[in-house]
Design a protein around this ligand. Structure first.
Ligand SMILES: O=C(O)c1cc(=O)[nH]c(=O)n1[C@@H]1O[C@H](COP(=O)(O)O)[C@@H](O)[C@H]1O
Length: 267
């Protein structure tokens, strides 16, 4: 079960940090490194300090690097088997097509969890959540500047759209107890509201680091009483902390340890 695997990694590594693997072609050429050696060095440098890795599929697809995506997931599972992999794909489509996206995430790439978009309704979440041992991370209140345009609209039922997603995900769609939600660190007030609505459901929190989200505000708003319940994800702030071939892995490790320690100071 993904959520147990996640919490085991959080306990073992004393960490709520997730490292986002977002390989950007320009950054890699500035660094003068090849994709797979760079990925494995980042993974090896940070694996002892994280609770998950989150490769973003668009960065790999843009580079025609599906083979490297497969390889890095296999590498993590072989060399750091206690650390789960969340494939960030933000998929959303009708059920029969979602079946194919679920097969892509869980069978082709062997990811432990996948991010999905709930815009098309609960029947489009089911193809993922029927994989009982996998995690399904549903977008709820995203970190970007424009997320309120739709997600903060008040519906006829008096709730906002993101509140409705939080309620449906925790009450109606969670038959297999394997759903999580995405909530951006850039919106701590909404995070507090969502935590109240969903009880103990784990929340993936992007927006720390390059997007400016605040660690203390995030933990105050979303931490469970057991000091868990959050996966705090940073990509650029960790993976591009160094700017030279000889220092990028050590700088990534240090940035990861610093974020882990900053978070743990408030737990
Ligand atoms: O699902 C996500 O991971 C996600 C949701 C969200 O609301 N905001 C968000 O930034 N993300 C992803 O999280 C990562 C953020 O990267 P950094 O801003 O570099 O830490 C990117 O891969 C985004 O696609």
């Amino acid at each position: 079960m993904f959520i147990q695997q996640l919490e085991h990694a959080q306990d073992k590594n004393q960490s709520l940090v997730c490292v986002g693997l977002d390989p950007n072609a320009e950054k890699l050429s500035e660094l003068g490194v090849d994709l797979l050696p760079w990925l494995t060095a980042i993974v090896d440098a940070t694996a002892a300090h994280v609770c998950a890795f989150k490769p973003q599929i668009a960065y790999f697809a843009a580079l025609k690097a599906e083979t490297e995506l497969t390889q890095i997931i296999q590498y993590i599972q072989q060399n750091h088997p206690t650390v789960p992999v969340i494939l960030d794909a933000k998929r959303g489509d009708i059920g029969s097509t979602a079946d194919q996206y679920a097969a892509e995430a869980f069978q082709r790439y062997q990811a432990d969890a996948v991010t999905v978009n709930p815009y098309m309704g609960g029947d489009t979440i089911e193809p993922y959540s029927k994989f009982k041992d996998k995690g399904v991370v549903v977008l709820c209140k995203t970190s970007n500047a424009g997320s309120g345009e739709l997600q903060n609209l008040t519906l006829a039922n008096g709730d906002t759209l993101f509140q409705t997603v939080a309620k449906k995900a925790s009450q109606d769609w969670n038959h297999n107890h394997n759903l999580l939600l995405v909530v951006g660190a850039t919106y701590p007030n909404e995070l507090a509201t969502i935590r109240q609505l969903v009880g103990d459901m784990p929340l993936l929190i992007p927006g720390i680091g390059a997007q400016g989200g605040d660690v203390e505000a995030t933990l105050k708003a979303g931490l469970r009483t057991d000091g868990k319940g959050l996966i705090i994800s940073s990509s650029r702030g960790i993976i591009y902390a160094g700017d030279k071939p000889e220092n990028y892995a050590a700088k990534a490790e240090q940035a990861c340890i610093d974020l882990k320690n900053t978070i743990n100071a408030f737990r």
